[in-house]
Design a protein around this ligand. Sequence first.
Ligand code: ADP
Ligand code: MG
Ligand code: ZN
Length: 631
Amino acid sequence: MAKNTKKDKKPSRFGLLNSISIVILVLFLLTSIFSYVAEQNSASSTIALSELVHDIGMGKVATITVKGDDLVAEYADKTVKMSKKEMDSSITETFTRYGLTPEKLNAVKMNVEGPSGVLFWIVQFAPFIILIIFLGLLIWFFTRQVRGAGMQAFSFGQSKARIILPDDKKQKVTFKDVAGAKEAKQELSEIVDFLKNPKKFLEIGAVIPKGILLMGAPGTGKTLLARAVAGEAGVAFFAISGSEFVEMFVGVGASRVRDLFGMAKQAAPAIIFVDEIDAVGRVRGAGVGGGNDEREQTLNQILVEMDGFEPNEKVIVMAATNRPDVLDPALLRPGRFDRRVTIDLPDRNDREDILKIHSAKKPFGEDVVLRVIAERTPGFSGADLYSLMNEGAILAARENRTKISQYDLIRAIEKVMLGPERKSHLLSKKEKEITAYHEAGHALVASVLPYADPVHKISIISRGRAAGYTLHLPLEDRKMQSKKEFLDDIAVSLGGYVVEKMMFQDVTTGPSNDLQVSTALARDMVTKYGMSEKIGVLALESNGGRAMFGKGIEEKEYSEKISADVDSEVARIMDEGYKKAEHIVTTHKAALDAIAKRLIEVENIEREEYETIIMAHGIQPKKKLDIEHQA
Ligand code: ADP
Ligand code: MG
Ligand code: ZN
């Protein structure tokens, strides 16, 4: 899901545009001054040399001034004309060659001026001067604007760390800005305590952890928490991302690490935050293909620096990753990142709190109940909730309302979850019918099967890549899923496919994603979760999956025979799901038709209306109590 852009970046981008336009303006002014001066200089008309010779012959010319190759002729009638003599020959030579007699020449007063005169030099060098001024201005504006954004840019080889100093009120983040994540905050408050009051710990002989690894899905607030620790403790915060070490110049990663640690030690007490440490901290010596030296050196340097900490050095390294499984074990050794803090996706209460934090300064209508939004967003990360709030505000603003309504937020959920509606993507009549039946199939199977999630909404307006969608959300957040739930989920996924086949005696490319998802789920049941009787309790694959970069290309851990058994088990599970779905849609054909018809009419069916339709056909909608026993 798209990550929200940081709010504090906007003004600086604006500033950049601003300074570029100033530079362009100055350049424009200089060029016009230059061309004005140049024009002044050549205001008089220019004539051919032969014409000048002719005029001298006629005795019309009073004086001639020679500047380099330029000739300025002043006529008896006071007009001034310019010409050029031949290069590398003297003026008398030139005129004589053109056939002027010495008497005629003597009648003209000759001034020879060296190529001097302030104007001359200005005109000669103006382009260079303008260029230099332009470059100077450009550099000046860039450095100024980079500093303005509270960052410090260092050149080649030096650390590119962003630094937040403790007295920077604008960028200060505290634990109050982080909702939920209670355990993580508790763990980290110990670190805050140490940074605030190191003496207390050191006197009693306690060794403070050097490294803390924050682990959690993208957008769960790892970066935010790290900043909050620095903010709470009031210490300097040096942040760099793992990919920045490697990004530009080979051989520089290690020296960046050195610079970064050097700076942090000077500023101690301080926190060094290495975001996305998996970019440098993957298992060494096993990547696919070349180009790993850089990463290895960078990682080694990090380890060396951490080992080199004096026990009373008040610098703590925090790192974040969403792939702890691929990290090099050397990073996790005692004395390095031996403290590990896991940040989970927020549960319902946490989601409500996060929504509250991000609703500050947003005007809400009376109908807004954040609790309902929190209920409808299982699986959303903090970052998703942040963008949900933002999308809601955008929807309200686009429709020229001054307050955000509940409906805006509900639409924003779908937008964040599935991407924007593609209203322009019009379905033909036939496509619309197929899509409606397809989605009705998913919904109906979900409503009949006891362990499937209840249906919240059905739509045949395409979003992202999907032609239509059925939104079914769990009633509760869940950490575990059971075999029965998986089996029902597979049947629900196949519902669309089954209906297409039944109604149209044909299948479209529409359900291909459904098939992929359900097949993958069936395979995981067999190989990861021990949910197949035939294979038994073997976990054939670990959670990291095979052939991740971590371990290179791994051998299959099991025999051909088992491999064939796995395939047949997956096929059996899929087949059972198919039969289950087929049975449901044939027995409840009337309900299926009713849902599909209504969908073709209105394109969106919300939960209440949907439940009325199925109840009219004798299907009881799910209530919370129905599935309480699963937990
Ligand atoms: P991560 O580093 O884990 O990918 P971030 O810390 O960058 O996630 O979070 C992105 C944004 O999401 C934050 O800037 C914040 O606005 C929002 N966010 C995430 N988690 C929380 C939370 N627990 N409380 C409040 N806001 C959060
Ligand atoms: Mg982050
Ligand atoms: Zn489908």
